[in-house]
Design a protein. Sequence first.
Length: 294
Amino acid sequence: MKLTKKKLFISETKRYLFMILGCLSYALSLKAFLEPNNITGGGVSGAASLIHLLTNLPTGLFIAVINVPILIMGFKKMGWKFILRCLITTACLSLATEFWQIILPPREQLAKIVTEDGILASLYGGILQGVGIGLFIKYETSSGGTELLGRLTHGIVPVGTIATHVAIFDGFVVLLGAIGLSKLENILFALILIFVSAKVSDLVVMGFGKAKLCYIITEKAQTISDFLLSHSPRGITLLQGEGMYSKMPKDVLITCVKYNQIVTLKKWIKQLDQDAFVIVCDANEVYGKGFNRI
């Protein structure tokens, strides 16, 4: 289904507004928490921060300087539209980094104002980076960086997954930071930073609407479904199955409930069929009636 020009304009405007917000959040993590505490994470931004900490040259400049050759190498494989978006995001991230450099106090003063605790700085920096990365993923923007480099090297050296290649590059930057700054605890701080940013970016992309997916294998499917439909606003789907050991037909009920409803659901099932086989899984995203609109 093609979007109308008006909807396309609104969609693209929204995309770039949130891209700018993501860049501001990501850059703030570098300038307010990581660099004042001599912490370097992975990726291009981590390498740019390391250069800044060692030479006092602008972080934003080196985010662009390191990214541009990677984007040029990726032009043939990824296409000009993807590379153009990456260039715009890279330029925005570079400008956002220098914006915070001008606005905020010098990093020596900032550490005393905000926090001099490396673990806290890693946590706060991870939250802000996670917000930025989550917005990049959700609104389909990217600055290239080690993610694109991982895709390119995987095409040349097809060993491991793309994620493995990215992890190697990021790990190399973290190790260089630990050696260059003579600060071995940088490895621990980087791990905290990466873990927190990954969790926060997942929340930004998927939201807080997590639910529980339940499979109920029972011989009393009609009784359970009638009861649940009359006592719960959630829908139920019936699948026909077969026990591979007993070769007997089995009814499989599938329903999705919110976190705070799972305890009640299990209690009801226990009352109706103590021999039911129940599987409960996490459902990260649920769309439809009773949940978020798709």
